[in-house]
Design a protein around this ligand. Structure first.
Ligand SMILES: Cc1cc2nc3c(=O)[nH]c(=O)nc-3n(C[C@H](O)[C@H](O)[C@H](O)COP(=O)(O)OP(=O)(O)OC[C@H]3O[C@@H](n4cnc5c(N)ncnc54)[C@H](O)[C@@H]3O)c2cc1C
Length: 489
């Protein structure tokens, strides 16, 4: 007893107790995985779980002739097929009522690497991570991918994805050639120059124009970059970015905007990746790390109010601490994702992305303050995170969100699942979309469709051509999904 009383008086003992206590708490933060996918109690859902639907069956083809047979048979039987990669899309893009879901994860091989030409041929159900694992030892890296590498190649191209690279254009531009199965069951090899223009509809075609079987993708050298970070005010960003784009030493870039009440839509920081001459063959691919700690920080921010201020302050300190560090190109393209998992019953966390022409950014951000509250502590609808990417103009694809050079605002938000809570979130997001459209912007289609059909048509004026070509190329409506049903049909 006496020894304990003596120990309690020692600062080092109390300090150790605190360390043990905090470690036990951190260790016990559950890292649950969101439950979604093809076998949810007979119902299919995607990443949000907001659109459960009963389907007829899931099929996994073992090889391409089986794939071809499934598509041909569907034409004969009048069956509908939806195509699924890893189902991170969130608006029912990968399934359809009473339809067949084609699970592409069996097509996951890296088929060929041409080191001299710097190209990789890979099956569409493989993830970008599979490609990174195959090319990293050769000193090669992807040109364009999302910030995480957890998505399938077929799923990424079918949503026309973009990422942190500011030099190589769109992800679609990095694809030289692909093999598809058309709605009538023909196997075709297509390129951008193909006079039938299949690629124009396959990229951002949401699995409605054919199955992507494999692609040949251009890669580049796995360079070592120096990280450069900077804090700034929102009104300085557009001109800062113009200069950055002119600086050929800058390879990649993204930014974060404050949603903390004390600096709401006023403060931001940028993270740049500057070229060095060094090519890297040895640095291991980054694995998920410090998941509990980063999840704790995000969970704190999720409460809003003063805790969100605390979270923003922590982020700023972290960002300042990585300034000057070195990182490989591959590792910039494989950020952690597990810490983002959110599994609270009765609530959902979703993504939305709004694109805004670079030159409209400042005016847009000022007006946005009238649409979302600076302090959402007591609101049901909460915003946790806004990151900014650059999406260069894409004149090629039919449902193109970047009609000119755009900033994409990726927004992580959360709301309850009661009818009135969903409808309040819908109304806020529709207002936000309205503002975006008024500034010449668009919104991204892989996420949950809070928007109206009218907003879709304003954002994607070529939708009629999309619908017309769909009927022409797929007269039996073999490829179907809930996205098409809601927006286009
Ligand atoms: C946490 C998170 C971060 C994200 N970050 C980014 C980002 O930085 N940039 C960005 O652009 N997007 C981003 N996204 C969106 C992401 O790119 C899409 O959700 C993409 O669809 C994910 O690939 P997937 O394998 O999950 O595709 P799925 O969701 O399975 O499929 C998406 C679409 O592709 C079709 N499809 C799938 N495979 C094929 C195939 N082989 N042939 C034809 N059609 C097919 C499906 O039918 C569906 O319409 C993010 C999403 C999440 C959840």
């Amino acid at each position: 007893m006496q020894t304990i009383a003596l120990l309690v008086k020692k600062p080092w003992f109390l300090g150790s107790l605190v360390v043990v206590f905090v470690s036990v708490i951190l260790w016990n933060i559950p890292i649950e995985k969101r439950k979604y996918g093809l076998t949810q109690s007979g119902l299919v859902t995607d990443y949000t779980g907001l659109l459960p639907e009963r389907i007829e069956r899931v099929v996994k083809a073992e090889n391409r002739s089986e794939l071809q047979r499934i598509v041909k048979q569907a034409n004969v039987d009048g069956q509908q097929i939806a195509i699924a990669g890893l189902q991170h899309s969130q608006g029912g893009h990968t399934y359809y009522k009473n339809g067949v879901v084609l699970d592409m994860r069996t097509f996951n091989r890296v088929l060929e690497i041409d080191e001299r030409q710097k190209t990789v041929r890979v099956e569409a159900g493989a993830t970008w991570e599979d490609v990174q694992e195959a090319i990293q030892p050769l000193g090669l890296a992807l040109k364009v991918t999302q910030s995480q590498s957890i998505f399938t190649i077929g799923g990424s191209l079918s949503v026309n994805a973009h990422g942190r690279d500011i030099r190589f254009g769109s992800m679609a531009e990095t694809i030289k050639e692909m093999t598809i199965i058309t709605p009538e069951g023909d196997i075709k090899t297509i390129t951008r120059e193909d006079p039938d223009e299949w690629m124009k509809y396959i990229f951002g075609g949401y699995g409605l124009f054919g199955v992507i079987v494999d692609v040949t993708v251009d890669v580049t050298e796995n360079k070592l970059y120096t990280v450069q970070t900077e804090k700034m005010k929102i009104d300085a960003y557009a001109s800062y970015f113009d200069q950055l784009l002119n600086d050929q030493n800058m390879a990649m870039h993204y930014a974060r905007v404050s949603v903390a009440p004390s600096s709401f839509l006023d403060e931001m920081y940028v993270i740049n990746y500057k070229q060095t001459e060094k090519r890297d063959y040895v640095t291991a691919l980054k694995k998920e790390r410090s998941v509990r700690l980063t999840k704790l920080a995000l969970d704190i921010g999720r409460h809003g109010g003063a805790l969100e201020n605390l979270f923003w302050g922590t982020q700023k300190r972290y960002i300042a601490s990585i300034d000057g560090k070195e990182i490989t190109r591959n590792n910039v393209m494989r950020s952690e994702s597990t810490f983002m998992e959110y599994t609270k019953p009765g609530r959902v966390e979703v993504l939305q992305e709004f694109f805004i022409p670079v030159h409209r950014f400042e005016a847009y951000m000022n007006e946005l303050k009238n649409i979302i509250p600076a302090n959402d502590k007591n609101e049901d609808f909460k915003i946790h995170n806004i990151t900014i990417r650059y999406a260069a103009a894409d004149p090629f694809t039919i449902l193109n969100y970047a009609k000119e050079d755009m900033f994409g605002l990726v927004v992580l938000m959360q709301h309850g699942l009661k009818e009135e809570q969903i409808s309040e979130a819908t109304s806020i997001i529709q207002n936000w979309t309205h503002l975006t459209l008024d500034h010449g912007g668009t919104y991204y289609l892989p996420y949950y469709r809070y928007q109206t059909k009218e907003q879709f048509r304003r954002s994607y004026p070529q939708w009629e051509k999309f619908a017309e070509e769909k009927l022409r190329r797929d007269p039996n409506n073999v490829f179907q999904n809930m996205f098409y049903d809601y927006y286009v049909k």
